[in-house]
Design a protein around this ligand. Structure first.
Ligand code: SF4
Length: 199
């Protein structure tokens, strides 16, 4: 079976809404001007952030085979550094943090899975004693240690993402908060007659 190439940002999008990810993957719809402006603004904020993170290695491209899953992870962590045998990984998010804890952290699940993918890549590239992960939001920073439970969580989502690549059509979320501002809210309805299954 051909290996599936996955970018951590794809995983972020997939966890946010698998159906949106499906449409992105198979139809590759163009973004609106406002969406492109927001993306550019995000990139600009990342550039500013990196300028002030001296001592960190920034935006290095990694390509890592995921053991046993026929997946290749490809991506650039925002910033990381090696520190007396352990690593610090930082991921900047321009939005606000969630108010509740999930999996022991106050980080959106989609952001968590994305940063776990970066942590996995670093673990494979450097095999450090430990990896400390810091997710930086506008209103809150969360720091935690990458461990085997987080790795299992990441693998679980990689398995689900592979199902999408292999043709699984995710059902609609019917989430008013997400769907009302989704760029695919009209197209999404057109998929309603397709067979869908639980992921
Ligand atoms: S409208 Fe809702 S279910 Fe459909 S792609 Fe957008 S967020 Fe997902």
């Amino acid at each position: 079976m051909a290996r599936v190439v996955v970018r951590p940002s794809d995983l972020n999008s997939f966890v946010y809404c698998p159906r949106r990810s499906y449409i992105d993957y198979y139809l590759g719809m163009h973004r609106t001007l406002i969406q492109r402006f927001k993306m550019l603004l995000g990139k600009f904020i990342h550039i500013l952030y990196r300028l002030f993170r001296s001592g960190f290695i920034r935006e290095e491209l990694f390509k890592v085979d995921v053991y046993g899953l026929d997946v290749i992870l490809v991506g650039r962590p925002d910033a990381y550094k090696i520190h007396d045998g352990y690593m610090v990984l930082e991921e900047l998010k321009t939005g606000r943090s969630p108010k509740r804890y999930l999996h022991g952290v106050r980080v959106w699940l989609s952001d968590l899975i994305q940063v776990l993918a970066y942590a996995y890549m670093l673990s494979r590239m450097y095999n450090p004693g430990k990896i400390i992960v810091r997710v930086v939001y506008r209103d809150h920073n969360d720091t935690f240690q990458y461990n085997i439970a987080y790795e299992n969580l990441l693998f679980c989502y990689l398995e689900r993402y592979k199902r999408l690549v292999n043709g699984w059509v995710p059902p609609p979320l019917n989430h008013p908060g997400k769907c009302s501002k989704c760029r695919y809210k009209e197209i999404c309805k057109d998929f309603s007659n397709l067979n869908v299954s639980e992921g």
